[in-house]
Design a protein around this ligand. Structure first.
Ligand SMILES: *Cc1c(COP(=O)(O)O)cnc(C)c1O
Ligand SMILES: [Zn+2]
Length: 470
């Protein structure tokens, strides 16, 4: 592999009737002709590509080079839209794939068959850094001085850390009121982001920031930015690496704005085209029941990719209906509390490529699984808990077999939402009544409440049920 050679990359409209192409130097979040989503495409130059994926492993020996250290840019030949000198990195993507046999047993999977890809280890504590390092690179490429995003929390934390660490640009984050977990909001404030809290939810905030970025010279970093998707592809490369470059049977991921699942589908599509893998895994996208737009479209209304021509009538009718009834997303998994997923069409492509399935799980299932994951190792935030809830469901249905090799993507860190964790564990009825009961979470079967005792040996010994050793 030779570094630094830029192969031709360009932006291309997803709509097969249009297929307009644009230079990577242009700042676009939709096709300027037909308003469809954009992809980053490459005229693959095979002479600078690895012959096999395992060639990337050599980069572990040159980790003093920040680009080789990065879990994103280590794979830069597969997302080569900028030259080495332009790439922005803050050490993202140092993640591990964790085999979890105890959870496998709980899910009815054979030992050695369940893996957790722990993206909470990223610098800002969520997978968003994989995409933001690519968007930051593009922002630098086009000389942006001001960036913005709307966020349920993690996108803003991620953009804010890249702005803060690199000093390349300033950033404005738009958040809805009352919906954002404190761990995430506190990061944006700490990293110095200009934080605009609007009255409304995430869908409102995104519509507003898109409008503002169109009218003013501000670079938009939401997942309508096609460069983010390029960085997020590398999560799948690292999963393959963690499995010794073997393709698993299933990738299970929570679905919010559907950028991540879309990026995964694109990653496998490209790897297959390049002959670097010989089969693709199946994809399971898990919605929260209170934000289940993809589930409705895929399972309820039969919407499909259809060679890039999904039924616009089905989509328009349903979104119009949402508008008319002012339907709002509602789930404790705030990172996926989204009713109008902007990457819907790309997600349909990913589901097509990966023979995917979609399921919705309740908040009760989400918070229980979150607690069960945490109790066996790395913790995660509620949205990530949806993955294991999805595996349980798909095992019950027999869609996932006991011997299948399953990888769950734990998208965000446990400490992002400590309020929810405490409401679950503490046994404090007021906390539960305020936070959990309104979402239909009435039982906490995996709670581990603190034991309150007097500061007194006898009382402590009694509480612990200890027998004297003497
Ligand atoms: C953003 C986010 C999601 C949703 O990902 P999409 O790409 O929007 O579908 C899930 N979990 C966490 C922790 C997130 O931050
Ligand atoms: Zn177009």
């Amino acid at each position: 592999m030779s570094s630094g050679v830029v192969q031709t990359a360009f932006q291309q409209c997803l709509n097969p009737e249009c297929r307009a192409t644009f230079d990577v130097g242009q700042v676009l979040t939709a096709c300027s002709r037909c308003n469809s989503l954009l992809d980053i495409c490459y005229d693959w130059n095979r002479s600078i590509l690895p012959r096999q994926l395992s060639d990337f492993q050599q980069r572990w020996s040159s980790r003093l080079n920040p680009l080789d250290y990065s879990g994103v840019w280590r794979f830069r030949e597969l997302l080569r839209f900028a030259a080495d000198e332009q790439l922005v990195t803050i050490g993202e993507g140092q993640t591990v794939l964790q085999q979890n046999d105890r959870l496998a047993a709980a899910c009815g999977l054979q030992s050695g068959r369940l893996f957790l890809q722990y993206e909470g280890q990223n610098p800002s504590g969520s997978f968003k850094d994989n995409g933001m390092t690519a968007a930051s690179t593009h922002a630098r490429l086009v000389g942006a001085k001001m960036t913005a995003c709307a966020s349920t929390g993690n996108t803003s934390a991620s953009l804010a850390i890249y702005a803060g660490v690199t000093g390349l640009f300033r950033c404005i984050v738009f958040v809805g009121s009352g919906k954002i977990a404190f761990g995430k909001l506190s990061q944006a404030l700490d990293y110095g982001a200009v934080t605009i809290q609007i009255r409304g939810d995430f869908d409102d905030a995104l519509a507003r920031v898109r409008q503002i970025c169109e009218r003013y010279p501000i670079y938009l970093c939401n997942s309508v930015n096609p460069f983010r998707m390029e960085g997020q592809k590398t999560i799948m490369f690292r999963v393959l690496e963690g499995l010794g470059w073997q393709v698993p049977d299933w990738i299970v991921v929570p679905g919010g704005n559907l950028g991540n699942c879309s990026a995964f589908g694109k990653a496998f599509l490209e790897l297959r085209q390049l002959g670097l893998i010989d089969r693709v895994p199946r994809l399971a996208v898990i919605n929260a029941a209170g934000a289940s737009t993809l589930d409705e479209f895929w399972n309820g209304l039969g919407l499909r990719w259809n060679d890039g021509r999904p039924s616009t009538a089905i989509m328009r009718d349903r979104f119009d209906q949402m508008d008319r009834h002012d339907e709002r997303a509602a789930t404790l998994a705030s990172a996926i509390e989204i009713n109008r997923p902007v990457n819907l069409v790309k997600a349909l492509r990913a589901l097509e490529v990966c023979d995917g399935v979609v399921r919705s799980v309740s908040d009760q299932e989400i918070v229980d699984c979150r607690a069960r994951i945490a109790a066996t190792g790395f913790g995660c935030e509620p949205a990530s808990g949806a993955t294991v809830a999805g595996v349980l469901r798909l095992r019950e249905e027999g869609v996932i077999a006991a011997g299948d090799r399953v990888v769950c993507i734990l998208t965000g860190h446990q400490l992002k939402d400590p309020d929810l964790t405490m409401a679950y564990h503490s046994g404090d009825h007021n906390l539960a009544a305020k936070k959990l009961h309104p979402a239909g979470v009435t039982a906490m079967p995996f709670a581990n409440p603190p034991i309150v005792v007097d500061n007194d040996e006898a009382a402590i010994v009694k509480a612990l049920g200890l027998q004297s050793s003497g």
